[in-house]
Design a protein around this ligand. Structure first.
Ligand code: 0GY
Length: 293
């Protein structure tokens, strides 16, 4: 683990909010353990191990039923830890992989069988070396044939440049962490409004209303992030997902208490139908191909 790396919270509180039956944590990771699943040589950070058993225990502790486990940059394009977790979880988890452009159809099929339903394209410069956009497009065209979708991670200043590329992607495109707005600028700022317009004008775009702990300037209980997430939930109720982002890689300011993150949910999805859509119906439709729980 890097010297300045913060491990996940050792004993998250029990949330006051009870998620609806069948809720999905749609953005979380597994890391290592490194002696079984070594970190990628090209990684930009070395986390503390965050194995599947800990993730599944957190899921139960928080009152969730399922996970969508997202491949993180520290494991590069080797999805073994992800696939191992998916196989252990059975029907209770789905996965988002990061793949090589020359991955074989056979390997893609194996991942599909294990529960992978998407690939992730990462544009965050501190996390990855750049991949040419035509390489990403080639991967996208292959995986949509399997019924998979695309997850993208970028930061707000890069959105304007990325929009033409994002619009070329086939199928559903899910944007991580609300496109990482600068919350000090407010929801009416042109940068966030550009993101809102992207979703308004392109019905294949979804977003995760996640990561208040990463976006906040004020800190917990994350009052400064609530208006951003709430606006998205209210504008696009059937295209939003929520996730813990456990084990919260690269947090510099503080390590969140996952119970407190769950307590943000009723502040961003105020009504019971909005909470059911966010936590159950939307992720079940996208990752389990089911209209209802
Ligand atoms: C997240 C956020 C981060 C890291 C990664 O792939 C990754 O390493 O996604 C980050 O550092 O912002 O969603 O886990």
């Amino acid at each position: 683990m890097d010297a300045d790396y913060r491990p996940f919270h050792p004993s998250p509180s029990k949330p006051a909010y009870t998620p609806p039956e069948g809720s999905v944590d749609a953005h979380c990771h597994v890391f290592g353990p490194a002696d079984t699943f070594p970190y990628a040589p090209e990684r930009k950070y070395t986390p503390s191990d965050a194995p599947k058993e800990k993730l599944f225990a957190l899921r139960d502790h928080l009152g969730f039923s399922r996970n969508v486990i997202v491949q993180a940059s520290c494991h590069g394009r080797n999805n073994d830890a992800l696939v191992d977790a998916l196989l252990a979880a059975g029907d209770l988890a789905r996965g988002v992989a990061i793949v090589d452009p020359d991955i074989s159809d056979d390997e893609l099929r194996k991942m599909d069988k294990a529960g992978v339903r998407a690939v992730r394209f990462n544009f965050v410069k501190r996390l990855v070396d750049a991949t040419p956009r035509d390489v990403f497009l080639g991967i996208a065209e292959r995986v949509v044939k399997l019924g998979w979708h695309i997850v993208v991670y970028f930061e707000a200043p890069d959105l304007a440049d990325l929009i033409p590329f994002l619009k070329q992607l086939p199928g559903i495109v899910v944007v991580d962490h609300m496109g990482r707005p600068d919350v000090s600028k407010g929801v009416d700022h042109k940068d966030f409004q550009q993101f809102v317009s992207l979703l308004a004008e392109n019905e294949n775009f979804w977003t995760k209303v996640s990561c208040p702990e990463r976006l906040t300037i004020q800190g917990p209980p994350y009052d400064d992030v609530i208006p951003f997430a709430r606006l998205l939930v209210e504008s696009f109720p059937d295209r939003v997902l929520w996730g813990t982002d456990w084990p919260h890689p690269n947090m510099k300011s503080h390590m969140p208490d996952d119970g407190m993150l769950v307590d943000v949910i009723p502040r961003i999805a105020v009504s019971e139908p909005a909470q059911r859509a966010l936590l159950v119906e939307n992720p079940m439709r996208l990752y389990w191909n089911k209209n209802e729980q």
